[in-house]
Ligand binder design. Structure first.
Ligand SMILES: O=C(O)CCC(=O)C(=O)O
Ligand SMILES: [Fe+2]
Length: 187
């Protein structure tokens, strides 16, 4: 697991740089918030046993991740992860040997809303078990993240935020039934 986490950090840093470039921003503008020693990768292993009544139970209730990026590896039956898109739950496919990358609230704040953390859930399934390993990548709790500048006159931006303060707010207010925690970081 330790090897996986240190290799994952390299991948996550590359993803943060590629995302910045993809948004025509300075390449290091996100990754510079992640001190190589003090930034954190928290690991969660989710296990979903086969469920006799999958339409009456959920594997994991809807949420957005608080992280900046989440790297998700899945095993077992497919079609467990769903994302809310235009008010509909859409199943995320799992091509062979793939990892899933989820944008979290902290990256939505850093990017000033240019990328959005999806509202997602895991559904229960009857045809076999499934588990997932989620790595949540966060700057150190003391880091102050500064949202990138938005175009002049553009409203609805985010404010500067200490990572630990946001995480405290997020966990104090979870679970919620819609994406509300991030409103705390609005300007
Ligand atoms: O198991 C999954 O597919 C989703 C896991 C997840 O969203 C999480 O651990 O935050
Ligand atoms: Fe999640």
């Amino acid at each position: 697991m330790q090897n996986y986490v240190s290799e994952a950090r390299i991948v996550l840093d590359e993803l943060l740089k590629a995302l910045a470039e993809g948004l025509s921003l300075e390449k290091h503008c996100f990754v510079e918030n992640f001190d190589p020693i003090l930034s954190e990768i928290n690991v969660r292993v989710n296990y979903y046993p086969p469920c006799p009544g999958p339409d009456r139970a959920l594997g994991l209730t809807p949420h957005s991740d608080a992280s900046s990026l989440t790297l998700l590896m899945e095993f077992g039956v497919t079609a467990g992860l769903q994302v809310l898109k235009s008010q509909e739950w859409v199943t995320i496919p799992r091509p062979k040997d793939s990892l899933i990358v989820v944008v979290g609230d902290l990256l939505e704040i850093m990017s000033n809303g240019r990328v959005k953390s999806p509202w997602h859930r895991a559904v229960a399934q009857s045809d076999g078990d499934r588990f997932s390993v989620a790595l949540f990548y966060n700057p150190s709790p003391q880091t102050q993240i500064k949202p990138i500048e938005n175009a002049p006159n553009k409203s609805n931006g985010y404010r500067k935020m200490i990572v630990g303060e946001y995480l405290q707010h997020y966990y104090r207010n979870a679970p919620q039934n819609e994406k509300r925690a991030i409103l705390y970081a609005k300007d």
